[in-house]
Design a protein around this ligand. Sequence first.
Ligand code: CP
Length: 315
Amino acid sequence: LGVSGLGTDAWTGKDVLSILDFSRPDLELLFETTDRFVGLPDRVPKTLADRIAATAFFEPSTRTRLSFTTAALKLGAKVIDLSPDVSSVLKGESLPDTIRMLESYADMIIMRHPSEGAALLASEVSGVPIINGGDGSQHHPSQAMLDLYTIRSLKGGVDGLRYAIVGDLRYSRTAASFLYGLTRYRPGSVYLVSPDGLRLRNEVRETIGALGLKAEQLDSLDPILDKVDVIYMNRIQKERFPDPNEYEKVKGSYRITRSTLSNAKDAIVLHPLPRLNELAYDVDGLPNAAYMKQARFGVPVRMALLHLVMGGGER
Ligand code: CP
């Protein structure tokens, strides 16, 4: 499954903390490796046989935890799960000590934590690769990778397209990571669509600006609906609001429905899921709805990621 002409050094044995740690050729290697897994559904090589993956999710997850687990199992690995609610985390064991235990049991640790920087801290004490499945509002690198892979698959590429990133841009790690991923490409235009209280955080704006990504802030999707190729919806991250009154002010402040999309032509609608009120169920039947395909790509993209991190690109 090696891809000639592309280096694997960026992946083998590395932590996956942020998509910013990866260059465009690194991402292309991931996507070409994913293509090979998508093309081999019945003949998946067991490149992780004899390996053990540990999952440690300190926050709820359906897609990230279970698609990483599925990816590892399909490649022949065994998976152990920390389950913080029945582990010694409940007795007060620290994150570094917990990670030190997991690294002595497993060859890779896939984790999610509500605190920003938790995956970085884990990487500093772990001798095995840390895969960040989300740390607070900061990073969700594998989500951005599968988002870009979805766009590449459905639109033929990422460059030159016009993007609307919609919703809670303040607290969504998916929105931040997607924007970081776009800095590796040359999008046609990027619109940030959010209510006033949910605008992009300065540190994210400054990072993408320093990397040359230009983005225009808008209050409403309506004026650009017929001008965009990708609409990336994001849930309001209720759990991250420091003040419940602030959540009350913005809840329900944006929503797309089948009728919203009547001018959207062939724009695809992405959403990392889970969805709440911001994305109506009546969108599901439209050809624009791409979020279930996006979620399904989570398995092959994460297979490719684990395969490369475990040195599979060199076999
Ligand atoms: N997209 C995503 O991160 O979903 P989960 O929270 O279910 O993992």
